[in-house]
Design a binder for this molecule. Structure first.
Ligand SMILES: Cc1cc2nc3c(=O)[nH]c(=O)nc-3n(C[C@H](O)[C@H](O)[C@H](O)COP(=O)(O)OP(=O)(O)OC[C@H]3O[C@@H](n4cnc5c(N)ncnc54)[C@H](O)[C@@H]3O)c2cc1C
Length: 451
């Protein structure tokens, strides 16, 4: 007889672990098996920048992320901060002094709780703005600070380019060790008797219950489950198709670099900083001409979108720095070994140097240890995740987590557990259902989500 469980969770990335973790809490008597083709946390979740924020264009996403951050804070508190949660915020910098549009968008996204949460600092003294000296999440400010006084900007963030005219400092934001978060959940699950079953799901048959055909190095096997959750990351659409379900998901490759900042250019207390403005990358005329002559590279010679980002990595005592720029919006078929663009490290370095001019010291000579890596943003049309029932009776999903799956995993896991156990859904809970795409054409991805 093949092994039988109440629930099979397909995928042991951060979202799969969080799903099993919250389901095990909501339904302690339920037997759960986690199924993965590889090691837990080894695929997309291993590539995450590990940043989090409650700054989103829509109230629904703000509600979702606020809940997820609260859950991460709870885990930090319960574990003596094993998950290395910090909270220096996100700094969104622009050369445009006019903040009216950004302010309007922020007010709309917060759905009413604006007066106390948004502060505007338009002079250097007496406005009470506190720069993020310490990394601790506990006791860090909440809400949003707009800085529009050039002298205050320079005093608070002296390493940034001196043409910056406005900053939005999102305070409930920072970084977390995604690997540690996954490890804490994995240990908890093991202690509760949840097993990891190794094998790639090749087929799923549904006849009252689900029969999963698994393929592993030692051959094929079968697992029977009353219910399943599809948390297969970039392969979620493939897993759904095994049950005849078409999910409106597309995969887009994104890349990062990390390197030791041997010249000590990026201050260790700098928050995650984002250059909001579009730009022409700082090439020489000769370099630009070479790029223009190459059809595959010509776009890097022209106007590039905003959102190139930078942050110190490895804590205040470390010296690594991470840079990213999610300018790619071309969907491609996901594979297990994404092909990176060797031009990316120099492109992102030059893009980031516009906001951090001292990075120019590394032009053409990034340190030998530079780590260039990447993975898939699995995106829906609106860049919101898909969480809830997947269609066939007993099948659920947490997928489409784009560039926010590390920060959203806890709330995603908790929400799908509520769907499965008949628990109360939060106000925003229905909003991530598949039904929102009824009648819409899949195949295009959201351009939003450049972070
Ligand atoms: C470059 C980059 C930077 C990012 N930065 C951030 C960030 O700063 N903050 C943030 O919140 N998010 C970030 N993200 C997004 C985040 O990493 C993802 O949203 C998240 O890791 C998705 O987790 P997951 O568990 O859904 O997917 P995965 O981690 O990919 O896990 C899916 C699992 O399913 C398994 N699987 C797939 N198919 C099968 C099958 N058929 N059978 C068995 N197992 C299967 C895989 O082996 C894998 O382990 C970033 C992503 C990238 C690529």
């Amino acid at each position: 007889m093949p092994p039988e469980v109440d629930v099979a969770v397909i995928g042991a990335g951060i979202a799969g672990l969080a799903t099993a973790y919250y389901l095990a809490r909501e339904a302690p008597s339920c037997s759960i098996a986690m199924v993965d083709a590889g090691e837990p946390m080894a695929f997309t979740s291993a590539q995450s920048g590990n940043n989090y924020r409650n700054w989103w264009p829509q109230p629904l996403m703000v509600g979702f992320m606020d809940r997820s951050i609260s859950l991460m804070e709870q885990i930090a508190q319960d574990t003596g901060n094993r998950i290395a949660l910090t909270r220096r915020g996100y700094v969104l910098a622009s050369r445009d002094a006019d903040i009216s549009m950004q302010h309007r968008q922020l007010v709309a996204s917060l759905d009413g709780r604006t007066a106390k949460d948004i502060r505007i600092h338009d002079r250097i003294e007496g406005t009470g703005y506190l720069p993020p000296i310490r990394p601790d999440w506990d006791g860090a400010p909440d809400g949003f600070d707009f800085l529009t006084d050039p002298a205050l900007i320079r005093r608070s963030f002296p390493s940034l380019a001196d043409d910056i005219r406005s900053i939005l400092h999102v305070r409930r934001a920072g970084d977390v060790s995604g690997q540690q978060l996954g490890q804490v959940m994995f240990e908890d699950l093991r202690a509760r008797g949840v097993n990891l079953v190794r094998g790639k799901v090749r087929a799923i048959d549904q006849c009252r219950r689900f029969t999963l055909t698994l393929e592993a190095a030692d051959g094929r096997s079968t697992l029977v489950a009353e219910r399943l959750v599809n948390v297969a990351g970039p392969f979620a659409a493939e897993v759904a198709a095994m049950l005849g379900v078409s999910l409106p998901l597309a995969n887009v490759l994104q890349q990062k670099v990390a390197f030791p900042d041997t010249a000590r250019i990026i201050p260790r207390e700098l928050p995650f900083t984002i250059d909001m403005d579009s730009q022409m990358i700082d090439w020489t005329e000769e370099e630009r001409a070479i790029l223009r002559a190459d059809p595959e590279a010509a776009r890097f010679a022209g106007m590039m979108p905003g959102a190139v980002h930078c942050r110190p990595e490895g804590g205040d005592a470390g010296n690594w720095v991470k840079l990213g720029w999610a300018y790619n919006i071309e969907p491609t078929a996901a594979d297990w070994h994404p092909t990176l663009d060797p031009r990316f490290p120099e492109i992102v370095l030059r893009g980031a140097a516009r906001l951090h001019p001292a990075l120019k010291a590394y032009y053409g000579k990034l340190p030998r240890q530079t780590h260039h890596y990447g993975g898939w943003y699995t995106k829906t049309l609106d860049n919101w995740p898909l969480i809830g029932p997947m269609g066939p009776e007993g099948a659920f999903m947490v997928c489409g987590l784009s560039g926010h799956g590390t920060m959203g995993a806890c709330a995603g896991g908790e929400l799908v557990a509520a769907w499965m156990t008949g628990g109360n859904l939060p106000d925003w809970g229905q909003g991530f259902s598949l039904s929102r795409f009824n009648g819409q054409e899949p195949g295009r991805v959201a351009e939003e989500g450049l972070l």
